[in-house]
Design a protein around this ligand. Structure first.
Ligand code: SF4
Ligand code: SF4
Length: 407
C-alpha cells in the first residue's frame, strides 16, 4: 500500500517503522481468516486489514474518532494475523505506533481513565495484589461469579535452590506473576538447578512494562524498561548467560525492547543485548540431557500455547515435543492458533469477548479429557484456571514432576 506519514511522526524512525508495515500490506485480507475478533464480530473494522486501514488514515493525518480508538482497543494483540500474513506485515509494530498516536488524540472519559490507571497501579503493586488475592480466596463463595473467576488457585511455592552452580542465568520476577504464581519461577529454578544452572531473580527488575504499555502509559513502560536494563546490566557484565522469562507475554514484550527504546541511543545497545539473551525455558531445556526423566504412566495432557509463544516468540510445538519426550501424551487441540481471550488486561476491559474466547478454548483443550492442561504464560494461566475442566498448570511443573527428587 502506498503511504505518506504526516504530522509528528513524519521523518522519524517510528514513522518509518509504521510506513514499512503499511507498505508491505497488499490488502489481501487473508489475515482476517485467523483473527479472533473478526471471527466473532464479522466486521471488517474488527479485523487486521480494517485496523491497518484505520491506522494508515490516522498516520497520514486524518483525525481519529472514538470509533477508531474502540476498534484498536478491541484488538487482542494476539498476532495470529502476523503468522497468517503471506507478505510478512509486522502488524504489532504498526499497532504499537497506531495505538499510542490514537490514544493521545482521543481523550478517554474520566471513568475509563480511572479504571485503566487503577488496573495499572494494582498490577504494579505485587504486595497489594497478593493481599487482595488472599482476601478474594477467603471470601470467594460470597463474591459474584465474574469475580470468582479472576482468582487463581493458591499453589505451594516450595524451596528456591541455593545458588551453588557455576553457571548463572537471570530470571524475570514479574509483577502479577510474583504475587499470584511465584511457583512458576521457583519450579523453573529447581529444574535449572538440576541442569547445573543457578537462576537469579533481580528484585528491581519485576514488571517487564507490558501492563503500562497496554494501558496508555507508554512513557511509564519505557521508564520501566530502562530500570530493568539498569538492574540486569551488572549481572550480565559478570557473566550471567541469559535472561530466562517463563511467561511468554513478558518475554515477547522484552524481545521488543529495541523497538520500544528505538529513540533512546543511551539504552538501545543494552536493549538489543537483553533481547538477544532472552530465552523461554523451553529453548534451554530442549537442548538439555533429560533422557533419564520419563513419566512412567504416560498421562494424557493438553498444551495451551499462548499467542505470544506462537506468534510472538515463534516457538510453536516445542513444549509439546519436549513433554512428549518426557513420557507425556499431548493431545491435539482444535484451533490452537486462536487466542484464549486473556491478553493482559483485555479480559478485564473486554469481558464479553474474553469470556467467549475462553469458553471456546476450554472446550477445545478439554475435548480429549486430559489429566492436566499445561500453559506458558501467567495471564493465560489465571484466565483459564477457573474453568470446569482439567486443572491448568505451567508446563515447567510437568518437567519438574518427572525429574523426581534431587540426587
Ligand atoms: S494478510 Fe498481510 S498483506 Fe494481506 S491484508 Fe492482512 S496484513 Fe495485509
Ligand atoms: S492481533 Fe489478533 S485480534 Fe488483533 S488484528 Fe491481529 S489477529 Fe486480530
Amino acid at each position: 500500500m502506498r503511504t505518506a506519514i504526516s504530522g509528528p511522526l513524519a521523518d522519524t524512525e517510528t514513522g518509518a517503522v509504521a510506513a514499512a508495515a503499511l507498505r508491505a500490506c497488499v490488502h489481501c485480507g487473508m489475515c482476517n481468516a485467523t483473527c479472533p475478533t473478526y471471527q466473532l464480530a464479522g466486521d471488517e473494522l474488527e479485523g487486521p486489514r480494517g485496523r491497518i486501514y484505520l491506522m494508515k488514515q490516522v498516520l497520514e493525518g486524518v483525525k481519529p474518532t472514538r470509533l477508531t480508538l474502540d476498534h484498536l482497543d478491541s484488538c487482542l494483540s494476539c498476532r495470529a494475523c502476523e503468522t497468517t500474513c503471506p507478505s510478512g506485515v509486522e502488524y504489532h509494530k504498526l499497532l504499537d505506533v497506531g495505538r499510542e498516536a490514537v490514544a493521545q488524540a482521543v481523550p478517554r472519559p474520566l471513568g475509563e481513565r480511572i479504571m485503566r490507571e487503577g488496573l495499572r497501579r494494582l498490577t504494579l503493586s505485587p504486595g497489594l495484589f497478593a493481599a487482595l488475592l488472599g482476601l478474594g480466596r477467603l471470601f470467594r463463595p460470597l463474591l459474584p461469579k465474574a469475580l470468582q473467576g479472576k482468582i487463581p488457585p493458591r499453589v505451594q511455592v516450595g524451596q528456591w535452590p541455593k545458588a551453588q552452580s557455576p553457571r548463572t542465568m537471570l530470571v524475570l520476577k514479574g509483577c502479577v506473576q510474583s504475587a499470584a504464581a511465584a511457583h512458576f519461577n521457583a519450579s523453573t529454578a529447581r529444574v535449572f538447578d538440576r541442569l547445573g544452572i543457578s537462576l537469579v531473580e533481580v528484585p528491581k527488575a519485576a514488571c517487564c512494562g507490558a501492563v503500562s504499555f497496554h494501558l496508555d502509559a507508554a512513557e511509564a513502560a519505557r521508564s520501566q524498561a530502562r530500570a530493568n536494563l539498569d538492574a540486569w546490566a551488572p549481572l550480565l557484565d559478570q557473566g550471567a548467560e541469559a535472561l530466562i522469562v517463563n511467561s511468554s507475554g513478558c518475554a515477547t514484550f522484552i524481545k521488543d525492547y529495541p523497538d520500544l527504546l528505538r529513540d533512546d541511543p543511551a539504552y538501545l545497545p543494552r536493549a538489543k543485548q537483553v533481547a538477544s539473551l532472552l530465552r523461554d525455558p523451553i529453548e534451554v531445556l530442549e537442548r538439555a540431557d533429560l533422557t533419564l526423566a520419563r513419566s512412567p504412566s504416560k498421562p494424557k495432557i493438553a498444551v495451551h500455547e499462548p499467542c505470544t509463544l506462537q506468534h510472538g516468540l515463534k516457538l510453536t510445538g516445542r513444549i509439546a515435543s519436549l513433554l512428549s519426550r518426557l513420557g507425556y501424551e499431548p493431545q491435539p487441540v482444535a484451533d490452537s492458533h486462536l487466542c484464549c481471550g486473556s491478553a493482559g488486561a483485555y479480559s478485564v476491559l473486554h469481558p464479553e469477548t474474553a469470556n467467549t474466547l475462553k469458553a471456546n478454548k476450554l472446550e477445545a483443550l478439554n475435548a480429549s479429557n486430559p489429566a492436566t492442561v499445561f500453559t506458558a504464560n501467567i495471564g493465560c494461566w489465571m484466565h483459564l484456571s477457573d474453568g470446569d475442566g482439567a486443572p491448568v498448570r505451567h508446563w515447567i511443573e510437568a518437567v519438574e514432576a518427572v525429574l523426581g527428587d534431587p540426587p
